[in-house]
Design a protein around this ligand. Structure first.
Ligand code: FE
Length: 194
């Protein structure tokens, strides 16, 4: 998806300048910045969402709780940090494919997916996934049958969405850990299949 990549932006140059100023003025320390980076690189990320998805595939009672109230079901995992004020989990089935966007900015379920990828914040993705979702998904390499309903969910500061992908055919015999390792970030946004 090279068209979704963009070079060092004005915003990132500005963010670096503000960071240096705050550190110079003693309002922020480099350690505090590093701690946030470690938090989102190592403790918060798509591996958390993948655990949720794998549990839902293996445990029907958990799946029912997850679809009824994503926020409280995910709280059972005690993930550290991130935003799960209101998490809504949408299930892919043989009839429906779900995909998530934030048309306004880049709202994203941090606690279960970590930081959003660059393309998620790109104005091209944010506008086109609403107008021509099938075509955008094709560019991601995902073909959705014409007979399948396609639902695009617009995230906001209040509501974050997570896609529960369709389970692989061997989900009964594979272990929860094996299954979690196969769940990609993009599948939980809805732009990839398992
Ligand atoms: Fe947003």
């Amino acid at each position: 998806m090279s068209e979704h990549e963009y070079p060092t932006s004005q915003q990132s140059i500005r963010a670096e300048a503000i960071e240096s100023l705050l550190i110079d003025k003693g309002l922020l320390t480099e350690d505090a910045v590093d701690e946030v980076i470690v938090q989102y690189n190592e403790r918060v990320g798509p591996m958390n969402g993948a655990k949720v998805v794998a549990r839902a595939w293996k445990d029907p009672a958990f799946k029912t709780r997850l679809l009824a109230d994503g926020t409280s079901a995910v709280a059972e995992f005690e993930f550290s940090g991130g935003q799960v004020d209101k998490l809504v989990v949408v299930e892919n089935t043989s009839d429906v494919h779900n995909v998530v966007v934030c048309t306004l900015c880049s709202c994203y379920p941090w606690a279960v997916l970590g930081l959003p990828p660059k393309w998620y914040k790109d104005p091209a993705y944010r506008s086109r996934i609403v107008r021509e979702p099938r075509r955008v998904l094709e560019e991601f390499g995902v073909q959705i049958a014409a007979a399948k309903e396609l639902c695009v969910w617009d995230s906001s500061a209040e509501i974050r969405y997570l896609v529960l992908p369709e389970p692989p055919s061997d989900s009964d015999s594979a272990s929860e850990e094996e299954l979690a390792a196969r769940v990609s970030r993009d599948a939980m946004i809805g732009v990839a299949l398992i």
